[in-house]
Ligand binder design. Sequence first.
Ligand code: SF4
Length: 228
Amino acid sequence: MFTEDDLLPISALQHLAFCERQAALIHLEGEWQENKLTVEGHGLHDKVHEDDAEVRNGVRLVRGLRVRSLEFGLVGAIDMLELTPVDSAEAGGVALPGLRGRFLPYIVEYKRGRPKLDHCDEIQLCAQALCLEEMLGASIAESAFFYGTPRRRHAVTLDMDLRAETGRLAVRLREIIDSGQTPPPEYAPRCQNCSLIDLCLPQAPRQEGSVSRYLKRTINEVTSEETA
Ligand code: SF4
């Protein structure tokens, strides 16, 4: 079990599922750069958090709920949690502090654009569900994305394979963070969609180590050539 001080962000799992080096650059070296994709994503994300909790057609909507898991050592936030009243625990209902009855929890995460071909987003959704299951003592079989284009809900089954992969990535993330080592770049088609490509330099010489060491060495080389 981890403590509150040990928790790592769920967003890092998404980055890790995309590329280990990207996750290390962002979460070890703090080299995160905003690009158009991420800024637009924040805009939509912020909009989801505008209102306070409300009840619509009997379903309670909770926005921006912070979740964490001491088992997996993760922390993050859920865009929207739908709580549908149900009759019993057998129907998946959980009791909630300050509310009468039982409710079926259902996570909805808002995303810019279309469903992706990779499974990075599913990893995020599953990690959120693992956190919420631990916090509520619930079992969550399914969650969903709401994509901006087209504006449609897309359900994701939280099966054993997805749960196992999410757990494996949580372990790997901690290994990378604890090691303090940024993995070397591996140029791949995904690099063209990576917001860190100009910092990562995936086609630069590979033995250079971290971006900062690479840049420092390059600057030193240029400086010594100029003074020779
Ligand atoms: S440019 Fe490629 S290797 Fe570098 S962080 Fe991005 S995806 Fe990873």
